[in-house]
Design a protein around this ligand. Structure first.
Ligand SMILES: [Zn+2]
Length: 239
């Protein structure tokens, strides 16, 4: 017998897939049994299950469309993308690609997976439900309380000018390390910088035992980022 696959619709409604058809939650009977109705608008397909989603019984006048076995793979896959978009900060295109790769065992399901462009607005909507929207202007920048301190409870925001032109981040214990280091390394980049800012400036130092890492076949000392600040230099802004 086909098994019942549970998933959530794009509107967060409980839904199931069974025997080629998808249903959303309709109502619960006093006995605890659950009644489901076909996801397709205007279709008369109905299903009844017990509370554990076992013993599905087909109800109603039947479906007005053919079975779609791939839906049982695709709908849960898209639901998983939405859940990941809401709970992870992995870039949306990467989530899509990873979930698409998981379907690669089924050529027919892969072919029917919606293109990213057709579902990305739902994924970004899911992301916005749990993450604050990106600020569009400097004045919109509000650093959430949870991001103002390190995991060990140290203050992390060292400087935030009133107009947010300059923001400096670092923990006081990092300063101790910087002050005791024989060398500090500073560099600013204009390329990898949040959009509202002009420059991303970092200060690094070696501390503890030097560690080696291999990168592009070369050995490098590990340099821990200790301290970083973002600068917006008015003299450099031409926009
Ligand atoms: Zn139907």
């Amino acid at each position: 017998m086909d098994r019942v696959i549970r998933f959530q619709t794009s509107r967060g409604r409980d839904a199931i897939f069974y025997d080629g058809y998808s249903y959303w939650f309709d109502r619960r009977a006093a006995s605890g049994d659950i009644f489901w109705r076909c996801l397709r608008d205007g279709c008369y397909g109905r299903l009844q299950t017990n509370v554990n989603l076992n013993q599905p019984m087909v109800r109603g006048d039947g479906h007005l469309h053919a079975r779609n076995p791939e839906e049982g793979i695709i709908r849960p896959s898209v639901a998983r993308m939405r859940e990941r978009a809401a709970t992870e900060n992995t870039p949306i295109p990467q989530i899509y690609q990873e979930e698409a790769n998981r379907l690669s065992y089924s050529a027919s399901a892969s072919a029917l997976l919606p293109m990213l462009q057709s579902i990305d607005s739902a994924l970004y909507r899911a992301r916005r439900s749990n993450f604050p929207p990106l600020p569009r202007t400097l004045s919109e920048i509000v650093i959430p309380q949870s991001l103002q301190s390190t995991e060990s409870g140290e203050e992390f925001v060292l400087l935030q000018l009133q107009d947010n032109n300059i923001m400096v981040f670092g923990a006081p214990s990092d300063f101790d390390v910087l002050c005791s280091a024989s060398h500090v390394y500073m560099d600013g980049t204009f390329a990898a910088c949040p959009e509202l800012f002009r420059q991303f400036f970092t200060i690094h130092a070696f501390f503890g035992e030097r560690q080696k890492i291999k990168f592009y076949k070369k050995q490098f000392d590990v340099l821990w980022p200790l301290d970083f600040c973002q600068l917006r230099m008015y003299a450099l802004v031409y926009k």
